[in-house]
Design a binder for this molecule. Structure first.
Ligand code: FMN
Length: 158
């Protein structure tokens, strides 16, 4: 079983998510940062997991472009989608992935979030002060969600 995880991470939370995902999966797992692999060749993979983080209500453009440009081949694969975000808006999947992808995916999860403030720009540090504290209560990457994504995709059962 060959698994590709295509991801975008600005400050490192998503990178941590995909490392934790990879550690928990049997089979051959390849991590592809979309910024380093803008046009990844996914033809040889059976399972494709795609995810990124939310900034100002939006996932990275590169992730959206990858999904749109590869929709046809993605329909032939087992797909899992994930998001890392603080606010966990109920519509965040609907707003960031196409309806076709959402209808065909085997699993979709918000894996939680972290804030690597040491890596933030001055502007990002300032913006953080305006986020209401209650939005930041659920801090942390959620191992239970990572395991649910893997289980819902049927990975490790084969
Ligand atoms: C400047 C800034 C804007 C953000 N905007 C949102 C947002 O609109 N909605 C949300 O749910 N989370 C937002 N977040 C939280 C990030 O999605 C979260 O920290 C995520 O884990 C970052 O992942 P990354 O480090 O891999 O990029 C924001 C974080 C920062 C620093």
């Amino acid at each position: 079983m060959k698994i590709a995880i295509i991801y975008a991470s600005k400050h490192g939370s998503v990178k941590r998510c995909v490392t934790l995902l990879k550690e928990r999966m049997l089979g051959e797992v390849v991590l592809m940062n979309i910024h380093e692999h803008p046009n990844p060749d996914i033809s040889e993979y059976d399972y494709i997991i795609i995810g990124g983080s939310i900034y100002h209500n939006k996932i990275q453009n590169e992730i959206q472009n990858f999904c749109n440009n590869n929709l046809e081949i993605l329909t032939t694969k087992n797909i899992g989608l994930f998001i890392s975000s603080a606010l966990m808006d109920v519509d965040e999947f609907k707003n960031n992935f196409s309806i076709q992808l959402l209808n065909m995916c085997k699993a979709k999860e918000n894996l939680g979030y972290e804030l690597y403030i040491h890596d933030f720009s001055v502007l990002e540090k300032i913006m953080l002060n305006f986020v209401p504290e209650e939005y930041l209560h659920n801090y942390g990457i959620k191992i239970s969600k990572i395991e649910k994504l893997i289980n819902d995709m049927g990975i490790n059962n084969i």
